[in-house]
Design a protein around this ligand. Structure first.
Ligand code: MN
Ligand code: ZN
Length: 667
């Protein structure tokens, strides 16, 4: 924690004269200041200068150049406005220090509405200079090329018209885009193709002349034999990923049609580069850019682009005083790849599935890895421990009961991640539906005569706005990336009718073990009373606490600030490629936000693990230890995550027995 500046201290001393709102504003402003320094290396000065950094007033959180400028100009003449791409802040220089002081006083805490209609609060601080250091990193990822105007408008039209979306040969409607495969079908379950089962017909004839031309002109070296056509509606994207090494050869090319898009490339060391793909351009990924960098399209309705016309393709860089937002259109891409016949021998073995060794799981840094981690370290584990888990889950928590009892009779309520259904029968006047990812847990609910179904919290088979309320108890912390946690909450909000409420519980990083240790142990022995807490939920039945040595490197160095960190500051997750996840020691404080939490399975619930051993199982002498993945939330993090959701207001936010809790209402 940085030491507060002298100016801040003196303001602190006069805190007693400030009213509650002013204190809150000051706190938020200081948080913004700390976050900017820690994550972005931006140093704030305490005396007034001509220059200000505007936290939350950035392209990265949907504020356009013209919107911000009109607000800033109310306070004086703006000399320069720098809006770095994808950053949640901007820099402004006023003509005089007087004017910037005026802006500092009048605009701190000012609410503005962003491009998507969300409320955003600005926090301003003085800086010495208006500059943006990260520009120097902004070069294209090695091995990447964007060739503009590779085809004519007529050819573009012809290609677009050649796609028969209604034909039901090979056509998948993924969550947010339309997809067609040629040559080989691409399987999204394992991100690979079935190399023994080529599709009849091969690639469409129309593609041949283009591929031949690109080969002749040297843009590509191999003739592709697989084509994926994707159609993206504005606001839709594709999660960051690396195309499976073992599935395809080095060269991957993608033709953009219909509309331009910004594609985000990210190096595991957290260098991010936004690349503009204009319509009719060809993206060629080879070498490092194909094997090591992830690529993805952030789902949003606007992209950051150069405001002036001359710089159209490639990297979003140049003059950061010249960036603005561009509305997306419908984009269709033709991605050509060549199916690989031998294992990959690239020099990026850490991300190479052909060269992967088995071992403890790493921190996931893309959606694919996160999903795999959850499958192995959440879904499979709950399936295995369901019986034992259920036997330790009988006492409902008072605040959750209170929430359920406060709902009007006849309300339709979804319990997302219902476990053994301990909340499904609390209020007999409600119509409750339980959902869980674990078949065994859902079976237990059904045995207890509850309505329950197996489903994934990211894609609920429930009609939008059909629920009066939802509860999500100890679920969201099992999603392994910030994006997936937001998606889970978004999905929950989707189910709510306007005015409907949701109660969300997640594990807190901040545990009060020292204070409560003796109480916990006593409660466990008695196994009665509601403080049968969810957090130290291993070794029930009075058995001793099993201490597992922590593995891996817990002191992970760099952090990835999320866009919303600037709003909520202090807490951030440690997202580092290839960092092994540490194993948590039960009933101790958390040392990392992303951890594996042991579950000790023994007695009549311990099965003799016949069949395939699980990665996530460590056999001990007398019993079996399973590891469940958790992302424990810091103070303010759940609230900040909820604040990224649209059409939601936070009614209540509190701490309850090692959990951060929020009650939301859909607007
Ligand atoms: Mn790809
Ligand atoms: Zn490889």
């Amino acid at each position: 924690m940085a030491a507060p500046s002298i100016a801040m201290e003196s303001r602190h001393q006069s805190n007693c004269k400030l009213n509650k709102a002013e204190k809150k504003l000051l706190r938020k402003q200081m948080k913004a200041k700390h976050t900017l320094l820690r994550h972005e290396g931006i140093e704030i000065v305490s005396s007034a200068t001509q220059n200000l950094v505007v936290a939350n007033g950035g392209l990265g959180n949907g504020v356009s150049r013209s919107q911000l400028l009109s607000v800033l100009e109310e306070c004086g003449l703006v000399d320069a406005l720098l809006m770095p791409p994808n950053k949640p802040y901007s820099f402004v220089r006023y003509k005089t220090a007087e004017e910037s002081r005026n802006a500092y006083v009048t605009l701190n805490g000012k609410e503005i509405i962003d491009n998507l209609g969300q409320k955003i609060i600005l926090y301003l601080n003085f800086v010495e200079k208006v500059q943006w250091k990260e520009l120097e990193h902004q070069t294209l990822p090695p091995g990447l090329m964007v060739i503009e105007e590779i085809i004519s408008s007529e050819e573009e039209k012809m290609l677009l018209e050649s796609i028969n979306w209604t034909e039901d040969t090979v056509q998948k409607s993924l969550k947010h885009r339309r997809v067609k495969h040629f040559g080989y079908e691409f399987h999204y379950e394992n991100n690979n193709v079935d190399k023994e089962k080529p599709l009849p017909g091969g690639l469409p004839d129309i593609c041949d002349r283009f591929l031949e031309k690109w080969l002749k002109e040297g843009y590509i070296k191999h003739k592709p034999d697989q084509l994926t056509i994707n159609q993206y509606q504005p606001g839709h994207g594709i999660p960051a990923h690396i195309d499976t090494h073992s599935a395809f050869e080095d060269e991957i090319i993608s033709l953009s049609l219909g509309s331009e898009i910004v594609m985000d490339f990210k190096h595991p060391d957290d260098v991010a580069v936004a690349v503009m793909l204009p319509r009719r351009s060809l993206l060629v990924m080879t070498g490092e850019s194909r094997y090591l960098w992830t690529h993805g399209i952030t789902p949003r309705k606007f992209d950051t682009v150069q405001a002036s016309e001359h710089h159209k393709s490639g990297i979003i860089t140049g003059d950061v005083g010249d960036l603005t937002l561009n509305k997306r259109g419908v984009r269709t891409s033709f991605t050509f790849r060549k199916v690989r016949r031998t294992p990959c021998t690239c020099s990026f073995s850490l991300v190479c599935d052909s060269q992967r060794k088995q071992g403890p799981p790493s921190f996931p840094w893309n959606d694919q890895e996160a999903s795999r981690l959850e499958q192995e370290y959440v879904h499979r584990v709950y399936e295995e421990i369901a019986g034992h888990f259920s036997s330790t889950r009988h006492t409902p928590w008072p605040h959750i009961v209170e929430f359920l009892k406060s709902l009007p009779n006849g309300s339709i309520v979804a319990d997302i991640g219902c476990g053994n259904g301990k909340y499904l029968g609390i209020n007999k006047e409600l119509y409750m539906i339980g959902c869980d990812r674990s078949q065994h847990l859902v079976d237990i609910c059904r045995e207890r005569q509850f309505q329950a179904l197996v489903c994934d919290a990211l894609a609920m088979p429930i009609r939008s706005e059909s629920c009066d309320a939802c509860i999500s108890i100890a679920v969201v912390h099992h999603f392994a990336t910030a994006e997936r946690r937001v998606s889970a909450l978004q999905e929950l909000v989707r189910l709510l009718r306007p005015g409907g409420k949701a109660l969300i519980y997640v594990w807190a990083m901040e545990q009060e073990y020292n204070k409560q240790k003796s109480k916990y142990l006593r409660e466990n022995r008695v196994s009665q009373g509601w403080k049968e807490e969810e957090n130290s939920d291993t070794s029930i039945q009075g058995s001793l606490v099993e201490q597992l040595p922590a593995v891996g490197n817990q002191d992970v160095a760099s952090v990835v600030p999320s866009i919303r960190d600037v709003q909520e500051g202090e807490c951030h997750s440690r997202e580092v490629a290839n960092a092994k996840l540490p194993v948590h020691t039960n009933r101790t404080s958390f040392h990392s936000q992303d951890v594996l939490v042991p579950w000790h399975l023994k007695g009549r619930f311990g099965k003799d693990n016949a069949g395939q051993p699980l990665d996530s199982v460590v056999p001990c002498d007398t019993h079996t230890v399973f590891h469940r993945y958790y992302h424990v939330f810091c103070e303010g993090e759940l609230e900040a995550t909820c604040r990224t959701l649209q059409n939601v207001s936070i009614l209540q936010s509190y701490y309850d027995q090692g959990n951060w809790c929020v009650i939301l209402q859909k607007l």
